[in-house]
Design a protein around this ligand. Structure first.
Ligand code: ATP
Ligand code: MG
Length: 395
């Protein structure tokens, strides 16, 4: 019996099909992102077929390629495609082999003649393939609502057969929405906020505030690991580490304890805003979720937003914690996030933070501290590195 292996992968677009004039831009970005994610496979070719992209594997391992492509945003679904000679026997045999690998259920064959001059009707091929599968397997036909659609595109020489459909990462291709700066702590929420930001087509850089020696090198490692997990979606991510100790000490020394958390947050977004502007980014992103802790009430968030002119995005604003945890498990950040290394907020935490701060009082408390100079100083001491996707870690 002939052996059939996957020669191509068919990529179907998600929402971007609806984008009118921007469509070309989207498709170009998607192909660029695919090329980038699959740069370890130099022989792969990409064909833009208007409403879909065909990845020609040219020998690359189809399972590996599928696994990588599954993480590229902007793709609705993917199908491995087997190419055979245009021959009813061969096509039927290939379909049978592919269907034997699928869970027993219902199917429909959908042949499509690219070349209408072919001397048979699509339905002749449908019937022939269905007959083979029915006689050799337990699968049944359902033309209205099949579990599996067997799609066969034929021309005079070749047939492409797609049986399996894998769900893509959805969303928009990273890069079509500009770039934003993610405030990445070591917690559960911020990596999930980063994931959702990238999913909508926005490239990210990350910024982390560290308070050595109160926070350890392990806490920093944790943040690097989280960034690495996010690099599955965006293969290169810049990570800015800000030394934050002096600012925190100043705040904790001078301000009323109930206001320290909010003042610290204000200092964080002020620094992040400068980094954002210097690197042509368009917004800040945090993992804040309404009501989760004292600093995440509407009153607190207004006082934080007041510290900057630029946009602060909060993708998780309306999420429940258990919903966030579910996503963090799905994107593999959960296990790293719950490692027990304290970050700067846990170490300097106070027992009674104010939940409904008034901006007037926040500003008075802030005026007691001399932080402007310390912010300038911290900005000059930022350490930036680039985290790159490590294929070996994830395959
Ligand atoms: P997370 O799970 O993301 O840490 P959290 O529920 O613990 O969030 P907070 O600690 O109040 O909430 O932080 C709110 C947001 O502020 C975080 O989601 C993150 O975006 C940002 N943030 C907090 N601490 C840091 C830090 N040390 N470095 C960078 N960003 C931070
Ligand atoms: Mg936190």
């Amino acid at each position: 019996m002939a052996e059939f292996k996957t020669d191509r992968i068919l990529v179907r677009f998600g929402e971007l099909s609806n984008k009118g004039k921007n469509r070309n831009l989207f498709v170009r970005q998607l192909i660029q992102n695919l090329k980038y994610q699959l740069s370890n496979y130099p022989d792969i070719r990409y064909r833009n077929q208007f409403d879909r992209i065909m990845i020609e594997l040219n020998g690359a391992d189809s399972d590996e390629v599928l696994e990588r492509a599954r993480h590229v945003f902007g793709i609705r679904s993917l199908s491995p495609v087997v190419v055979t000679e245009m021959d009813f026997d061969l096509i039927s045999e290939a379909c049978l082999e592919l269907m034997k690998q699928e869970k027993v259920g219902t199917f429909k064959v959908e042949a499509n003649r690219k070349d209408k001059k072919l001397n048979f009707k699509s339905n002749d091929l449908n019937l022939r393939v269905a007959k083979t599968i029915l006689s050799e397997t337990e699968h049944r036909v359902d033309v209205h609502n099949p579990d599996i659609r067997i799609r066969i595109d034929v021309d005079a020489e070749k047939a492409s057969i797609a049986v399996k459909t894998v769900l893509g990462a959805q969303g928009f291709p990273i890069g079509v929405g500009g770039k934003a700066l993610l405030l990445l702590s070591g917690g559960i929420d911020s990596p999930v906020a980063g994931y959702y930001t990238m999913k909508r087509g926005v490239e990210i850089e990350c910024i982390h505030f560290a308070a050595p020696p109160y926070t350890t090198i392990q806490a920093l490692d944790k943040v690097k690991q989280l960034t690495e997990h996010l690099s599955v979606y965006q293969p290169r991510i810049k990570l800015h580490i800000v030394p934050f100790t002096d600012i925190q000490l100043e705040i904790y020394k001078k301000a009323h304890p109930a206001y320290t958390v909010i003042l610290m947050r204000r200092a964080m977004v002020k620094i992040a805003e400068q980094v954002m502007l210097r690197n042509n980014m368009l917004a800040l992103v945090t993992g804040e979720s309404l009501g989760q802790v004292a600093s995440q009430t509407l009153q607190s968030m207004s006082c934080i937003q007041d510290a900057v002119d630029e946009l602060i995005l909060r993708p998780l604003l309306t999420f429940d914690k258990n919903e966030i945890i579910d996503v963090s498990k799905k994107i593999n950040t959960y296990e790293t996030s719950i490692l027990p290394f304290e970050d700067c907020c846990t170490i300097f935490s106070v027992s009674n933070p104010i939940t409904k701060p008034k901006l007037k009082i926040v500003l008075l408390e802030e005026a007691k501290c001399e932080i402007d100079g310390l912010i300038e100083d911290a900005l000059t001491k930022i350490e930036t590195s680039e985290i790159r996707y490590q294929q070996e870690t994830y395959l």
